[in-house]
Design a protein around this ligand. Structure first.
Ligand SMILES: *Cc1c(COP(=O)(O)O)cnc(C)c1O
Length: 354
C-alpha cells in the first residue's frame, strides 16, 4: 500500500481469481468456463464491421435492446432487468445498495462475497455448513440482514429449491435475498418466478458460465422494478456505460440462438454425470452437483497433492486452502475428451487399476 492510499482499505483482502495461464497447453478445469465456443450468431455479432465502425459512439447507457431481449427470454418487463459488466459488478452494487444492516452468507460459498462486504464496510455473518457442506434454509430466515446465496452454491454444487429460498424471503420481507444463479442453467431451479410476490428477491445471472461469454463480461439481474431502479442509481453514479457495445451485441445475439447454449448445458450435465460415476468408481466422495463442476475428495490422495500432480500433467483444477475444504478439488466439467483425460490422470495418480 502506498502512503497515498486511504487507510480504510488497509485491511482489504482482495479476491484471487482462478489462474488464467497464458499458454494453451493446459486442460483448463479451474474457472468454470464453458468448454464450448460461443455460437455462430454470437461470433458474427461481435465481428460485424458496421457494429465496429460505431465504436466511436458511446454505448447505450440504458442497454435498451439487450434488456428487451432478456425480458422476452425470461418473461418479465425491461424494467425488471439490470445489466452490467459481469455479475461480479452487480454483486458489488447490490452490497453497496442493500447491505446497510449487514449481510449473511454461507461459510463455504463464492469467495467474492466477503470481499464485497469488506470493500463496502459491511458487517458479514458467515453461517456454518451442515453435514456434507449443505445449507439449511432455516439458518437464514429472519436474520435482519441482506442474505446472499449462490444457488446452486459454489464451490459445492449443491442447490436449494425455489420454495426453500422463498421461505427465507418471506421470513424477512424488509431485507433483500440475493440469489446468485451463476450456475442455474446446469440443473438448478430459478427464483425468477418469485419476484412478483416477493419484491425482496433479487436474482443475479451471468453469461460467463452457461453462455460461453466469460471474456465478454456480461451479467444481469432480475427483480422488482424499484429494486432494479436502485441498482440503476448506483450504476449512474459509477459508470453509466457499464456494458460496452460489443458485449451488448454479443448478449443479444446469444439469446437469438439460446437453444445452442441450452444444448451445451445439457451436454455438460451429461458429461458431469459420467465424470461423477468415474470419480466414485475411483473411490472419490463427490458432492451431488447441480452445476458445471464437481467438488470431490479422496482418502487416497490429499486435496493439495492431487491439485499439484494434475497441474504437472497440465490439467488445471481449483483447490482452496481453506481448512474446511482443503481436501477437496473443484473440477469444472469440460468436454467428454477432457474429462476422459482427467479421469485417466487421476486413476494413474492414485495407482488404481480399475
Ligand atoms: C463465476 C461466478 C460469478 C461471476 O460471474 P461474472 O459474470 O463472470 O462476473 C458470480 N457468482 C458466482 C457464484 C460465480 O461462480
Amino acid at each position: 500500500m502506498s502512503r497515498f492510499m486511504n487507510e480504510k482499505y488497509s485491511g482489504l483482502k482482495e479476491y484471487t481469481p482462478g489462474e488464467q495461464p497464458k499458454d494453451t497447453v493446459y486442460i483448463k478445469l479451474n474457472t468454470n468456463e464453458s468448454p464450448y465456443p460461443p455460437g455462430p450468431k454470437t461470433i458474427a455479432a461481435v465481428t460485424d464491421e458496421v457494429m465496429a465502425s460505431r465504436l466511436r459512439l458511446y454505448s447505450d447507457p440504458e442497454s435498451a435492446a439487450l434488456k428487451k431481449a432478456l425480458a422476452e427470454r425470461y418473461g418479465v418487463k425491461s424494467s425488471n432487468i439490470f445489466v452490467s459488466n459481469g455479475s461480479d459488478d452487480i454483486l458489488n452494487f447490490a452490497f453497496m445498495a442493500f447491505g446497510a444492516d449487514g449481510v449473511m452468507f454461507p461459510e463455504i460459498s463464492y469467495g467474492f462475497y466477503p470481499v464485497f462486504a469488506d470493500l463496502n464496510m459491511i458487517d458479514a455473518v458467515n453461517v456454518p455448513m451442515k453435514e456434507g457442506l449443505a445449507i439449511d434454509p432455516a439458518d437464514y430466515a429472519g436474520s435482519g440482514r441482506m442474505i446472499v446465496l449462490a444457488n446452486p452454491n459454489a464451490p459445492t454444487g449443491r442447490a436449494l429449491s425455489a420454495k426453500e429460498i422463498e421461505s427465507i424471503a418471506k421470513a424477512d420481507p424488509s431485507h433483500i435475498v440475493l440469489v446468485d444463479e451463476a450456475y442455474v442453467d446446469f440443473g438448478g431451479e430459478s427464483c425468477i418466478g418469485l419476484i412478483d410476490e416477493n419484491p425482496n428477491v433479487l436474482v443475479v445471472r451471468t453469461y460467463s458460465k452457461s453462455r460461453s461469454l466469460a471474456g465478454a463480461r456480461l451479467g444481469f439481474a432480475i427483480g422488482n422494478g424499484d429494486v432494479i431502479a436502485d441498482l440503476e442509481k448506483i450504476k449512474y453514479s459509477t459508470n453509466p456505460y457499464n456494458v460496452n457495445s460489443i458485449t451488448s451485441a454479443a448478449g443479444i445475439a446469444a439469446l437469438a440462438e439460446d437453444d445452442y447454449y441450452m444444448e451445451n448445458c445439457r451436454k455438460v450435465m451429461e458429461t458431469r454425470e459420467w465424470t461423477e460415476i468415474e470419480l466414485k468408481n475411483l473411490g472419490f466422495e463427490v458432492i451431488p452437483s447441480s452445476s458445471n463442476f464437481l467438488f470431490a475428495k479422496s482418502e487416497k490422495i490429499g486435496g493439495k497433492a492431487l491439485y499439484e500432480k494434475l497441474r504437472e500433467r497440465r490439467i488445471l483444477v481449483r483447490h482452496f486452502d481453506n481448512p474446511l475444504i482443503c481436501e477437496y478439488n473443484r473440477i469444472t466439467v469440460g468436454t467428454p475428451e477432457e474429462m476422459t483425460a482427467l479421469i485417466d490422470a487421476v486413476r494413474d495418480l492414485i495407482g488404481e487399476n480399475v
